[in-house]
Write a protein that binds this ligand. Structure first.
Ligand code: ATP
Ligand code: MG
Length: 277
């Protein structure tokens, strides 16, 4: 077993028309870490994600999963897509069919499971996303946030080792965004690897163990959330704001009210302040 779950080595990718989306991306995702990708619009996050299970193929460079280089033949791709599930940024690009049940059962059915098992998987994926009652509704008539949740159930029903979420909280209301983060932690606790992209710096800061910052088709920085969000130069280059908690913690430190710790939520911060008194 490789120490790295995913490795990307000097990957270049162009869309038709010569649009250069990836310009030599290199990175290694450590096994067991909760990983977040940050970066401005057009940085290449979604394009990179589609390389993780071979939906897109590098023009140059290599992708490795568990130390093994991706091979672009039918049997390898089938296998890697079972292991690495991707929830697309745009649910309309991912969802295609009929009712919610038909949509979410499509993947498991293609694994040739008995229909009882298919139904179980669909029901448990829909329950995990709180949309069991939408089972018989036509997908195309759902709200965008509901579609986003169906697209996540789609991937959960495949029982993947790695779940890649491209902006999972976009379009979700605050309650469902909160529940989604709990669900991500649930997947992690089950031993699955979770990788996401987000424009929500507060989420990246409080949730992730490892962060990559992308811009112009490259990884321009990364590290622990503390390292990334203390690096003012990097934040400026990537047009990123500081998370509110980091701003508040910085200010409290300057006032001599907080030590060198980095509280990750309001409760931790209050705890630190209480201890410091
Ligand atoms: N299907 C496509 N055809 C042509 N060009 C594309 C396509 N998808 C993305 N691009 C271009 O590739 C580059 C990288 O886009 P990508 O969607 O990967 O960025 P991103 O980091 O995911 O951005 P966002 O934060 O807006 O989701 C951009 O210049 C974009 O315009
Ligand atoms: Mg994107």
């Amino acid at each position: 077993m490789s120490n790295y779950l995913l490795e990307v080595q000097e990957v270049y990718f162009e869309y038709p028309g010569g649009i250069r989306a990836l310009n030599g991306v290199s990175l290694a995702v450590e096994r067991g870490k909760k990983v977040a990708f940050l970066g401005p619009n057009g940085a290449g996050k979604s394009t990179l994600f589609l390389h993780f299970n071979g939906i897109l193929r590098p023009k140059k460079g290599r992708i490795l999963y568990d130390g093994q280089e991706l091979v672009y033949n039918r049997s390898f791709l089938r296998e890697i897509r079972r292991k690495v599930g991707i929830v697309f940024q745009d649910p309309d690009a991912q969802l295609f069919a009929g009712t919610v049940f038909q949509e979410v059962s499509f993947g498991p059915m293609n694994l040739n499971l008995p229909s009882k098992d298919v139904r179980e998987r669909v029901e448990s994926a829909l329950s995990a996303m709180g949309i069991r009652e939408l089972m018989d509704r036509p997908v195309h008539l759902l709200s965008y946030g509901q579609k986003k949740r169906v697209s996540i159930a789609d991937v959960l029903a495949m029982d993947p080792e790695v779940v890649v979420f491209d902006e999972p909280t976009a379009y979700l209301d605050p309650r469902h965004a909160g529940e989604l983060v709990e669900m991500l932690d649930g997947l992690h606790a089950e031993g699955r690897q979770v990788i996401l992209s987000t424009h929500d710096v507060d989420l990246a800061y409080s949730w992730a163990d490892q962060i990559f910052v992308m811009k112009d088709g490259r990884v321009i920085g990364g590290g622990s959330p503390e390292e990334v969000f203390m690096d003012d130069e990097l934040l400026k280059r990537a047009d990123l704001k500081k998370p509110l908690l980091v701003e508040v913690s910085d200010a409290l430190r300057q006032m001599g009210l907080l030590d060198g710790r980095f509280p990750k939520n309001a409760r931790d911060l209050l705890e630190c302040l209480r201890e410091g008194r």
